[in-house]
Design a protein. Structure first.
Length: 401
């Protein structure tokens, strides 16, 4: 029988989800890719929680209640979540969200993630309590609740495997999925379904994911699944030196493989099936096609039909890459795309009413600041414009975490 995830317990965990500002080398060698056209100092990253409970229990918060009353109403019921969607905006700090909000909706507008009831900030560091986290240590802490060493994926500081929430859910009969705009084996998704001492072991990571039997895998990173002499849907050749073709192996094990956006958009999301969608040699090129919102919808449609429940992690992975590049335009575009994926999850939660949604970040990247004043300083980015054409500007404190 599947374990039931008690709503207020998961909320408590969510409140320790985290972000950090400091200096660290980039997660990925970033090359700026083509983007759509686009007509604020940071402390910590946001954690935002939606706790949707069954209407029969009448725990929907009254917006006239105080925040304390809302919390009591939500946590005293002992309500259980059948589905969990964890959204991670990699490198997304408060100012990344502010810039996206201003560009998309104006200074008084709101993002979908702003609508969630419970909000908090938390501070993290890798194991030992000092220094600046990378995405591997941060992802592992999010996935397991245990801090570890930078570069470790799903491993304790002592090098022992740590059970992740995705693995526990899988063991208890839940359907599980991972969706990201990075390559599949990148640090954040890897932290939920793999165990290695070096985050750059992409070919090992993706094999562990498939061996685990993650039900839905949608990402870039085709080359990590292919032999070195093999070209798939994209022009790059594979990275594997063991001769394995993991795409073919996955198909023989019951996965439906989707190669590129055309196959994705022509593929029905059939409950009970397993899907492997690969949409780039490495990270997905901008503009991301399929969109993060569409991939999220696909995963929800497949996973949510499982009678035992489901766990889904959705990562806006390239917010971080753009911030490492001090590329405010793509930070804004990627944050808005991430928020569109959140909006789709919230729309599903309103119909299901037993789904827990958490939006967080692993760390902040770039020391980003936004302002409506033109400082004229070297390195200022902009102007960007709100929907009413009000200009605003972005400055950067670093190219690191």
């Amino acid at each position: 029988m599947a374990r039931k995830w008690q709503m207020h317990s998961i909320v408590s965990l969510g409140l320790i989800f985290f972000g950090f500002t400091g200096c660290f080398s980039p997660d990925f060698p970033v090359t700026r890719a083509p983007s759509d056209t686009l007509e604020t100092q940071v402390s910590t990253a946001p954690t935002i929680i939606h706790n949707a409970a069954p209407t029969a229990i009448s725990t929907t918060p009254n917006l006239r209640d105080t925040p304390t009353e809302r919390q009591e109403n939500a946590t005293n019921t002992g309500t259980y979540a059948r589905g969990i969607i964890l959204y991670i905006g990699d490198g997304m700090g408060e100012m990344h969200r502010t810039a996206a909000r201003w560009a998309g909706y104006g200074v008084d507008g709101t993002l979908a993630m702003d609508s969630l009831l419970y909000k908090g900030l938390s501070h993290t560091a890798p194991s030992g309590g000092t220094g600046v986290t990378d995405s591997a240590a941060a992802g592992t802490a999010l996935a397991t609740g245990i801090k570890t060493v930078n570069g470790y994926v799903g491993m304790s500081p002592q090098g022992e495997n740590l059970a992740t929430i995705l693995e526990i859910a899988k063991q208890q009969g839940y359907a599980v999925g991972l969706v990201t705009t990075t390559q599949l084996g990148h640090a954040t998704p890897a932290s939920f379904a793999a165990h290695v001492l070096n985050r750059n072991q992409y070919t090992t990571i993706v094999k562990q994911m498939l061996d685990l039997g993650v039900d839905v895998l949608l990402a870039g990173g085709e080359d990590d699944l292919l032999p070195a002499d093999t070209t798939g849907c994209y022009p790059g050749k594979g990275h594997r030196t063991d001769g394995l073709n993991l795409v073919e192996q996955a198909q023989s094990n019951g996965y439906v493989a989707m190669c590129g956006p055309d196959e994705f958009y022509n593929q029905a999301a059939i409950p009970g099936m397993r899907y492997l969608g690969l949409f780039g040699d490495d990270g997905m090129l901008r503009p991301h096609t399929p969109s993060l919102a569409d991939m999220t919808n696909f995963a929800i449609n497949v996973l949510s039909a499982d009678p035992e429940g489901f766990f889904l992690m959705v990562e806006g992975g390239q917010i971080d890459w753009a911030a490492h590049d001090n590329d405010a335009e793509n930070v804004i575009l990627d944050t808005l795309a991430f928020d569109a994926a959140v909006a789709n999850g919230l729309a599903y939660a309103e119909t299901s009413q037993d789904v827990l949604i958490i939006v967080t970040a692993d760390h902040e990247t770039g020391g980003m600041a936004v302002s409506m004043e033109d400082s004229g300083k070297v390195g200022q980015d902009g102007p960007f414009h709100m929907v009413d054409k009000t200009p605003f500007f972005v400055t950067w404190g670093t190219g690191s975490h």
